[in-house]
Write a protein of this length. Sequence first.
Length: 139
Amino acid sequence: MAACVLVVVFGLQSPSMADEDYYFECSKDWSVCQTGVKVAGPQGVCMTAIDTQNTQVCVDYDGDYVYVRDGQADGYAAQAGIDYTSTVLHRHCRNNHGYGTWARCNFDWNESETKLVRGGFKYNYDLIMLENLWTFANN
C-alpha cells in the first residue's frame, strides 16, 4: 500500500507589502502605495494634520522615510502623502495598525525636487482626505 504525503507551504507577505491596492490610484504608473511597517516612533521633521483626524506625519530626509501616526480612534487608516513633479507624482504611506500607532514607509525619491507633504486618513477605496502640511527640497 502506497502512502502519499501532501505538504503545503504558505508564503506570507510582510505587512509593508500586503494589500498595496488599497486606493484606486495605487494601480497607476505615476503613484506608489505602501502599507507602513509598525514602529515604536518617528524620526525627522514632523507636523500634525489637525483638520484631518490628527494624523501626524514625519519625514526623515536622510533615509527617504515617511512616518505616519494614527491620531484618532475612528476606524480609518491614517495616511501620509508625498507629492511632486516627477515620474512618480504621488507616494502614499498607510498606517492601518490602529489608533496611537506609528508606521514607517521607505520611499526612494529625487532629492532635488520640491515635495509637498500631506497627512490625513483613508476614507475608502476612492477617497483619501489629505491636508497640506509643508514642502521641502534638496533633501
